[in-house]
Unconditional design. Structure first.
Ligand code: ITT
Length: 179
């Protein structure tokens, strides 16, 4: 089976290909990102729209992810992409730099839709916001430290073993194997 991963983010596709045995085809369809605090709601709406608008043949996968910083009340959360494009990763670090509590988590929801019922799979990973280190990964990886290393200092394989996306993809892969 071919899974059509609807995303403009090649980093996400790289991680999914490492995880799934099925063919993963990247589709750069720009679905409407609805305004919501709920990653699952955003991902399901995107998956349904993408499926309807891109031919309704192979199933689609949409991944909505975000960085949730404790000291900032969960910001940037569902607005992580907007915050990366506007203030940038370095300045998100600056916002947290003065805080005593630098705890954060990455969350990811993967939505699968094949025209039948939408399914969602979630993963989260706890960490700490630090000054940028490393040049692997993408997005907020350089400022997100988990067990001593930033996610930008990890190989794709190691990041998948601990990451929000890896955990969501693992649940998805298990479900896929059973169905
Ligand atoms: P698509 O919507 O096209 O899939 P995107 O990069 O905009 O691509 P999101 O809306 O899910 O995807 O992005 C949320 C933001 O969080 C965005 O700025 C990403 O760079 C960042 N992000 C998502 N997953 C990440 C990860 O594993 N490591 C670091 N940053 C991540």
């Amino acid at each position: 089976m071919t899974i059509r991963f609807v995303t403009s983010n090649e980093g996400k596709v790289r991680e999914a290909r490492e995880y799934l045995t099925d063919d993963v085809e990247q589709i750069d369809y720009d679905y409407t990102e609805i305004q919501s605090d709920d990653l699952a709601e955003i991902a399901v709406a995107g998956a349904k729209e993408a499926f309807e608008e891109t031919g309704r043949d192979d199933p689609v996968l949409v991944d909505d992810a975000g960085l949730f910083v404790d000291a900032l009340g969960g910001f940037p959360g569902p607005y992580s992409s907007y915050a990366e494009d506007t203030v940038g990763v370095e300045r998100v670090w600056n916002l947290v730099e003065q805080e005593e509590n630098r705890r954060a988590k990455f969350r990811c929801v993967v939505a699968y839709y094949d025209g039948d019922e939408a399914r969602t799979f979630e993963g989260a990973v706890p960490g700490r916001i630090v000054a940028p280190r490393g040049d692997g990964g993408f997005g907020y990886d350089p400022i997100f430290e988990h067990e001593g290393a930033t996610m930008a200092e990890m190989s794709t394989e190691r990041k998948n073993a601990v990451s929000h996306r890896g955990r969501a993809l693992a649940k998805f892969a298990d479900w896929l194997a059973e169905n």
